[in-house]
Write a protein that binds this ligand. Sequence first.
Ligand code: ZN
Length: 180
Amino acid sequence: MPLRRWPGAVFAPALLVGAALPDIPLFLLTVAGEIYYRWLVAPPATNIMEYLHFNLFYNHPLWIIGHNFFHSLLIDGALLLVGLWWWKQRGSRWGMMLFWLAGSMLVHVGIDIFTHHSDGPLFLFPIDWRYRFASPISYWEPAYGGRQFAAFERALDLVLLGLLLLTYGPAVWRRYLYRR
Ligand SMILES: [Zn+2]
């Protein structure tokens, strides 16, 4: 398994961080917005979550920048190239990590582009602050297969969990049996 080797060609921790990083600003902004409008000031709408995700998400510069910075193909692509240059030309470990981090973020954005209809990423950010690709499939909007996609996602989770158990289960079980 090349993923387990270090220092190998693929650096798995950077892949894991890169898979989640683009969505972390939205998560933090949502938590902060909930706290702000629940306890500090009167909310401008009855449903705070709807106000955050259907108004600020599209209109507030902090939300637009926060959510789309690492959802940009231009920014992630540039980071990938810088990482590659730094890694291959300078032999830097940081360059290697940046390369795999950016590569993982690009895969994340690619999946997002084809699983969002109304709220896809501004993948040309910061050059274009408006254009979103309207995919015919949405991972959540019922009008664009959101319900079927949720079922597919749950099935996929089961398959991945099964693979994980098949891959690591026997070793963990053996260690448990022959302990002491
Ligand atoms: Zn995302």
